[in-house]
Design a protein. Structure first.
Length: 597
C-alpha cells in the first residue's frame, strides 16, 4: 500500500472525523446567522492552517534528526541544548504534563467520536425516537470490541484502514462541493478578516467560542507523533489532500446551515438531504472512520507510554509485540484495560457527544501549547530568526485557545484533568521514588569493587559457565552484585556486567565488544535509541554470550510514608528489567535488597 494511503488510516483518523461534531457543537451555542457562519468558517480555516499546517507540518516536522516525532522527542532534542539545571527540570516537567494531557485527550477521543457517529441513527426514518441509553449502549459495545481486539494486533486489518479513510475523505469532499451550491459565497471566508471581525464584534463570547472551534484541529498532534512510523514526506503529502477535503466539507456545512438554519446535526442532515438512499452506507462509513480514529489514538498512547518507559519516566510494563514483522506494533495490557474503563466511564457520565464537547479540547490545547513552547525554544537556541518569529506567533495562538478552554473546567473539562492527573501522579511518584531509591542503595564505585572481586575470585570455588549481572552503569555497580559475590560467595568462571544504555538518538542499536576489566569480570554495553524496541536475547546470542545464569536486583521497600508505599506498590506490580526484555525465565535469579524509605 502506498505510504500516503497508509498515513490516511494511521494518522488522520481523529482530525478526519472532527467534521461529524465540530460544526454542530459550535452552532448549538450561537445562532446560525450568515455573519456567524462566515466568521466561524474563517476561524476553522485559519485554525487548521496555523495549528496544523504551520505548527506541525512546517515547524515540528523539521525538528527530528531521523524522522521521529512527539513530545518526548522534542524534549530529548531540547535537553542537550540547555545549560541550567532549572531549565532542564522545567522542560522535563512540561514534557511529563504533555504526556499526561495526551493520555487524558486519548480517553475522550474514542468516546466523542464513536458516540457522535452512532447518534446519526436518529435521522433514519423510524429511529428518530431512539432513547439515548440505547445509543450509549451501542457506543459502549463498539468500544469494548475495539479494545478487546487490541491484544490480537491491528496488522491483519490495518491494510484496510487507509482505503476506508480515503473513501471517507472523498465523501467529505464530494458532499461539501454539492452543498456549496446552496451558498457559494461562503468561500469568501478564507479571508482572515471574517475571523477577526467575528472576534472583535462578539467580545468575550466570541473569544470563548474558540474552545469549540479547536475541535476541528483535534488529532493534529498525531501528524507529528506518528512521524517515526511513516516518515515526514507521506504525512505531509497526505495532509494536503486531507486539508482540502476537510476545508471543502466545513465550507459545505456552512452553506447548508445558511440554507437550513434549523439543522440540529449538520453533517448528517446535509448528507441525508443530498442522498437519502446513501445515508445508511454513509452512517456505517462514519462509524468505521470513528473506530479507525480511536484505533489511531490507542496506538499513539501505546507508543507514548513505551517512549516514557524507555526514557525512564514511567515504570516498566509488560509489552506484547503483536506483529512478527513490525516491532512498532505493540500492546500494553494494563494501559489497554485502564483506557477501556475510562472511556466507558466517560460515555456513562456525559451520555451524548454534545455534552462531551464541553470536556473535549482542554487537554488538546495544553499539549499543543507545550509543543509550541518546545519548538520556539529550540528555534531560538538554534538562532533561526524567521522560524522563531513564526513559532512565537503560533505560541500566541495556542495559548489563546488554551485560555478560552479554561471555562470548560466546571462544565466537564475537569474530567480530562482528572484522567490526566493519574499518569501525571504515577510519573512524578515513580521518578522521585527512583531518585530516592538510587541514593538509598548507595552504588559501589568500580574502583572499590575490583580489589575485593580479585581477592574473592582467587579464593573461592568458581561455578563453571557465565553469569550475567544487570547494571545501568558499570562504573557504579548496584549493591546486589557485591552482595551476591562477596557475601554469598557466588562467583562464576565468567562474570559479565550488562549495561543497557538509552542514547539521545531516537533510533539505532549498537553494542560493544565484551571488555575484560580483570580476570573473570567483563562488561558488555548495549546502546539503544530511546524509541527502539529490541530483543536483548538475540543481541546476546549474536555477541556469542552463552549465559548459564542471569542475576538482577530487586528492592523490598519498607516505609510508613504514603507516597513511598504507592511507589513500592508500583515496583511490586511492574516487571523487572529481565522480565521486560524477556530473558529466559529458567536462567533468572532475583536478589532482594531491603530498603528503608
Amino acid at each position: 500500500m502506498p505510504s500516503v494511503v497508509k498515513s490516511m488510516g494511521l494518522v488522520f483518523g481523529d482530525i478526519g472525523t472532527s467534521p461529524i461534531y465540530t460544526f454542530t457543537a459550535i452552532f448549538l451555542l450561537i445562532p446560525p446567522t450568515p455573519q456567524n457562519v462566515m466568521g466561524i468558517l474563517s476561524l476553522i480555516f485559519w485554525t487548521l492552517t496555523i495549528l496544523v499546517t504551520v505548527q506541525y507540518t512546517f515547524l515540528a516536522m523539521h525538528m527530528g534528526k531521523k524522522g521521529e516525532g512527539g513530545t518526548i522527542v522534542l524534549k530529548e532534542i531540547l535537553l542537550p541544548m540547555l545549560k541550567s539545571g532549572n531549565q532542564i527540570a522545567f522542560v522535563s516537567l512540561l514534557s511529563i504534563i504533555g504526556i499526561s494531557l495526551f493520555i487524558g485527550d486519548g480517553v475522550i477521543t474514542p468516546a466523542i467520536s464513536i458516540l457522535s457517529a452512532v447518534e446519526g441513527v436518529l435521522l433514519i426514518p423510524g429511529f428518530e425516537q431512539t432513547a439515548q441509553i440505547f445509543l450509549m449502549l451501542a457506543a459502549a459495545i463498539i468500544t469494548i470490541c475495539l479494545f478487546a481486539f487490541q491484544a490480537r494486533g491491528t496488522e491483519k486489518v490495518a491494510w484496510a484502514f487507509g482505503p476506508v479513510m480515503v473513501v471517507w475523505f472523498a465523501v467529505l469532499a464530494v458532499s461539501g462541493v454539492v452543498a456549496l451550491c446552496l451558498a457559494p459565497q461562503v468561500l469568501f471566508a478564507v479571508n482572515p478578516m471574517y475571523a477577526a471581525d467575528y472576534l472583535l464584534h462578539n467580545g468575550l463570547a466570541g473569544f470563548l467560542i474558540l474552545s469549540s472551534v479547536i475541535l476541528c484541529a483535534t488529532g493534529g498532534e498525531a501528524l507529528y507523533a506518528d512521524m517515526g512510523h511513516l516518515g515526514r514526506e507521506p504525512i505531509v503529502k497526505a495532509w494536503h489532500l486531507v486539508f482540502f477535503a476537510l476545508v471543502i466539507n466545513y465550507f459545505g456545512q456552512g452553506a447548508f446551515l445558511m440554507a437550513n438554519p434549523n439543522s440540529q446535526n449538520v453533517l448528517f442532515d446535509m448528507i441525508f438531504s443530498e442522498a437519502k438512499f446513501l445515508y445508511i452506507p454513509f452512517l456505517l462509513l462514519s462509524i468505521a472512520a470513528t473506530v479507525i480514529a480511536s484505533q489511531a489514538m490507542i496506538s499513539g498512547i501505546f507508543s507514548i507510554v513505551y517512549q516514557g518507559i524507555t526514557t525512564r519516566i514511567l515504570p516498566l510494563l509488560h509489552i506484547e509485540y503483536t506483529s512478527p514483522h513490525l516491532r512498532s506494533q505493540i500492546y500494553i495490557d494494563v494501559v489497554n484495560w485502564m483506557l477501556l474503563f475510562a472511556v466507558l466511564l466517560v460515555i456513562m457520565v456525559f451520555r451524548s457527544s454534545n455534552s462531551l464537547t464541553h470536556a473535549y479540547g482542554l487537554a488538546v490545547c495544553g499539549t499543543m501549547m507545550i509543543t509550541s513552547i518546545f519548538i520556539l525554544w529550540i528555534l531560538v537556541l538554534r538562532g533561526e530568526l524567521i522560524k522563531s518569529i513564526i513559532a512565537g506567533g503560533v505560541l500566541v495562538v495556542t495559548t489563546s485557545f488554551l485560555i478560552s478552554n479554561l471555562h470548560k473546567i466546571p462544565s466537564g473539562g475537569y474530567w480530562s484533568l482528572i484522567i490526566a492527573a493519574i499518569p501525571l501522579g504515577i510519573i512524578l511518584i515513580y521518578t522521585n521514588g527512583q531518585r530516592q531509591l538510587a541514593s538509598s542503595l548507595k552504588p559501589v564505585p568500580i574502583e572499590d569493587f575490583l580489589p575485593e572481586f580479585n581477592k574473592v575470585y582467587a579464593s573461592v570455588n568458581k561455578i563453571s559457565g557465565s553469569a550475567l549481572y544487570f547494571a545501568r552503569d558499570f562504573r557504579r555497580l548496584p549493591q546486589y552484585i557485591p552482595r551476591t559475590m562477596f557475601v554469598n560467595n557466588i562467583v562464576y568462571e565468567e562474570n559479565i556486567v550488562i549495561s543497557i544504555i538509552r542514547t539521545e538518538q531516537p533510533f539505532g542499536v549498537t553494542w560493544g565488544v565484551t571488555r575484560e576489566l580483570t580476570k573473570g569480570l567483563s562488561i558488555f554495553e548495549i546502546y539503544l535509541g530511546y524509541m527502539e524496541i529490541v530483543d536483548i536475547s538475540k543481541i546476546l546470542k549474536e555477541a556469542d554470550i552463552d549465559e548459564k545464569t542471569i542475576f538482577y536486583g530487586m528492592e523490598d521497600i519498607a516505609t510508613n510514608h504514603v507516597v513511598w508505599k504507592i511507589f513500592g506498590a508500583i515496583k511490586h506490580l511492574t516487571p523487572s528489567v529481565v522480565q521486560f526484555y524477556r530473558l529466559p525465565a529458567d536462567k533468572i535469579h532475583g536478589v532482594v535488597t531491603r530498603v528503608e524509605m
